[in-house]
Write a protein that binds this ligand. Sequence first.
Ligand SMILES: *[C@@H]1O[C@H](CO)[C@@H](O)[C@H](O)[C@H]1NC(C)=O
Ligand SMILES: *[C@@H]1O[C@H](CO)[C@@H](O)[C@H](O)[C@H]1NC(C)=O
Ligand SMILES: *[C@@H]1O[C@H](CO)[C@@H](O)[C@H](O)[C@H]1NC(C)=O
Ligand SMILES: *[C@@H]1O[C@H](CO)[C@@H](O)[C@H](O)[C@H]1NC(C)=O
Ligand SMILES: *[C@@H]1O[C@H](CO)[C@@H](O)[C@H](O)[C@H]1NC(C)=O
Ligand SMILES: *[C@@H]1O[C@H](CO)[C@@H](O)[C@H](O)[C@H]1NC(C)=O
Ligand SMILES: *[C@@H]1O[C@H](CO)[C@@H](O)[C@H](O)[C@H]1NC(C)=O
Length: 400
Amino acid sequence: MKASMFLLYAALCAARAVVPTNSSAGINCYNFKLDVPVTATKYVLDILPVNNNIDAVNFALDIDGRTSLNATERILGNVTISESFTLKATICTPSAENDKHIMQLLTHGLIVDSRYWDIEIDRTNHSYVLAAVNAGYTVLSYDRLGHGQSEKPDASVVQGPVELELLRVLTEMARDGSLIAGASPISPSALPSGFPAFEHVVHVGHSYGSILTAALLVAYPELSSAAILTGFTVTNSTNPTTSTAALGFEYAAANDLGRYGDRGSGYIVPATVDQIQLGFYHRDNISDLSGFSDALLAYGEYIKQPLTTGEWLSIRGLLNIVPALEFKGPLQFFLAERDFLVCGSDCKSDYDPAVLAALYPRVKSLDTYIQPDAGHGLTFQKNATAGYAVMMNWLDSQGF
Ligand SMILES: *[C@@H]1O[C@H](CO)[C@@H](O)[C@H](O)[C@H]1NC(C)=O
Ligand SMILES: *[C@@H]1O[C@H](CO)[C@@H](O)[C@H](O)[C@H]1NC(C)=O
Ligand SMILES: *[C@@H]1O[C@H](CO)[C@@H](O)[C@H](O)[C@H]1NC(C)=O
Ligand SMILES: *[C@@H]1O[C@H](CO)[C@@H](O)[C@H](O)[C@H]1NC(C)=O
Ligand SMILES: *[C@@H]1O[C@H](CO)[C@@H](O)[C@H](O)[C@H]1NC(C)=O
Ligand SMILES: *[C@@H]1O[C@H](CO)[C@@H](O)[C@H](O)[C@H]1NC(C)=O
Ligand SMILES: *[C@@H]1O[C@H](CO)[C@@H](O)[C@H](O)[C@H]1NC(C)=O
């Protein structure tokens, strides 16, 4: 090849290499892995080891028992860890003319990974990422530690206080523009240079991702410009209504060696699609316009992810989620009306605006919206995008 031809060829290859994924869907996305260094408290917990399905049932019995220890009583001690973890992340960017120059940082919940935010079936009707990018936001989503394509360390490390520090450092990287500087591309094979720093980072969580976000608003209030906590609220009761037994946990590697063989001791997963339906979906019948299709339920099972026993305790009191005395941004709670896990299938009377106001005394505004007839897995429901419009309009009305 002649030198000039070679240069042209190299230039074409380079150009092709930075063509982002899913440009055909109208948005540019970059998938990559990055190392996130954290120093965090790790609790040493009094919980049963889970190495098989018998252990998994014993774990549920030990957590649910009438006279069992609660989460805080199970803290035997703590150790400080300083470690770097590899997370898989995706950044999707809006078109230049539509760009708000605001980042949304999405944290998914338990039993899913970041695909929860960007569902591949009927994407226009279900993808939160697509809705947010089309509204002008740059969107960062990531697989939480131990999930999806992120690192799967010893289960004892995968717990709330460590994941809170990971969210903190990710946010700091978004704010100082260092997110992709040292990252390894997955697809496309090159990452854009000169990726900007974001003055404004809006945090959006779902379920356990909302609990981590709520903990961020308590511990690092200055890092968040605004927050939307979906699939979560603070009720008067400190005890979750959902029993461990309802989720039907099995030992992850025993449940499906092909999918979860890379998860060791202490990783558990709901046994079947029936528990996925119970936990995440709602429909009255097949023609219910706010219900879900059978394909969407199958998709929930397809992306199903194990959690750790420590994460299960984390949703029961290992994280300090209120009061957020110093958080000054606007805050929206976005609830699914028929959420079984959070509200026992009726969120309408399961929170108290006055109680919430006392827990967030300095917020610019505080709002609760209830998405009619939806189950806990808001993105899986047929009417999902109408809910996204409510969220984007609310953010816009708050100046973000
Ligand atoms: C960790 O344990 C020490 C005592 O060993 C205690 O003083 C400290 O408050 C604990 N930290 C957390 C975050 O629980
Ligand atoms: C692009 O999105 C489609 C769904 O719309 C998905 O099936 C596909 O895997 C995505 N491609 C890449 C390279 O991420
Ligand atoms: C997306 O939603 C609209 C409005 O509910 C519906 O008409 C359309 O069929 C949906 N798209 C698919 C692929 O199901
Ligand atoms: C199906 O569910 C919808 C929504 O709840 C309801 O309006 C409709 O009457 C139901 N149809 C049947 C046949 O039960
Ligand atoms: C656990 O029980 C103790 C009393 O033994 C109580 O002080 C604490 O608030 C409880 N923690 C949770 C998370 O319910
Ligand atoms: C929560 O507690 C407050 C104060 O104790 C009380 O006024 C309110 O009715 C309670 N709300 C619910 C939903 O239980
Ligand atoms: C769909 O969601 C929107 C926004 O929350 C709501 O106004 C509308 O009533 C919902 N439609 C159905 C059929 O539930």
